[in-house]
Design a protein around this ligand. Sequence first.
Ligand code: SF4
Length: 484
Amino acid sequence: MTPDTARRRPQRVIPIAAQPLGGCSAGRQPAGKLAAAGAWLRDHGGLLRALQWAVVLVYAFLLIVPACIDLPDDSARMWNHLTIFAQFVFWGIWWPFVLLSMILFGRLWCGVLCPEGALSEWAAKRGLGRPIPRWMRWGGWPFVAFVLTTVYGQLVSVYQYPKAVLLVLGGSTVAAVAVGLVYTRGKRAWCRHLCPVNGVFGLLSKLAPLHYKVDEAAWKASQARQDKAASVDCAPLQPLRHMQGGSGCHMCGRCSDHRGAIALSLRSPSDEVVRVAEKEADGWQTALIVYGLLGVAMGAFHWTASPWFIALKQGAAEWLVDRDILWPLDTEAPWWLLTHYPQHNDVFSWLDGAALIAYVAATALALGSGILLQLAIAVRLAGRWRTQRLHHLAQALIPVAGCGVFLGLSALTVTLLKAEGYPMHWVNDARLTLLAGANLWALWLARAILARWGGPARRYLALLPLLGALALVDAAWGFMFWWW
Ligand code: SF4
């Protein structure tokens, strides 16, 4: 089913497993263990829904209960205070390992476990069923939603305080349900267009070795035979027949063996970036990689450790005091706007908030523009300039962008585990190994992309500025983990 079909009229969806029609997959186990795993997912929708509701309950508990109890004191630990336990689960395990799962299994998390996606789809089955409006289809949402959520999360200290977690994650969940209640009939319009991590998940899943492969010839043959095929309830509204990559697919398995043409399959982890992205890469994806993941996210991880941030803030404070402008030093902003926990000596002034935004924006602009410039030089050195080539080459940086968010988020995991007394002396070596692996992976992808454009001399010449772009990223992590 295409997105357009879904917009025109609500469809009654027939569960594939219950409809043994000619040419349809019902109950048949496709050849190969992986394809059979996809069919298993297809045939166990009820079990998956039960799993999703279990995750929803755990998620709701960890989201709501810590926000209703007292904040932990300095002696509290992960195993004796729910708030610290929830902090560890959300930011120490959940997020870093969901990101990692994208690279290993594609968006299986979205289709099988995500509580927000499950709730949005559940709401959409009961809602108004309106068509997806034009504003929601705007291609910039993945970038804008990611940037706004990241910056806002820092302003309210989402990694530290449960009320901020409830506001940011809970607010996103409420919005997902609201979108579900209004738009589409049983689909995931929220996930496809507005989810703040949709763009990031879509990029990382391009590296996954698993995808649902569509066999165009088998599809045509099925049509030629006039096989009856039940509709597939593809919640993220993927264009099944023409699906090339896995970045929009939630890996739910519902289309497995549809028309005998779709199967969960292995692929080269380079395939989507090198081949599919040649046409599908676009400016918003480039912005998300270069200015979002390698810029804004880097600034958001950096500022707490950065002496430059302190210098910026102190310089601004002195400038203001010299001119008798004192209101920016007030710390009376509400907790939902700026961090405000006076009982823990943790309050942000207006100046703190402005300095944070300025620091993150400056990091994003400096790093992002530096990387973009290196990419542009690489494209030019590789041959004739084409903007689409710039977007294609930017995709080679997905491994370092993904590794960066994993390293940044797992820094909290390490801090929490250290506080529990676990030995963490090996961590910096592990970080270095991960970073080195991501760099090599990025170079490998860049080499394969450049090989499509020209001969070896130009290809290797163009890799030089790529090394410059990677050096910028590595230097940013060097400051965070080794030099500050
Ligand atoms: S294309 Fe749609 S139905 Fe098929 S596995 Fe992906 S999300 Fe599920």
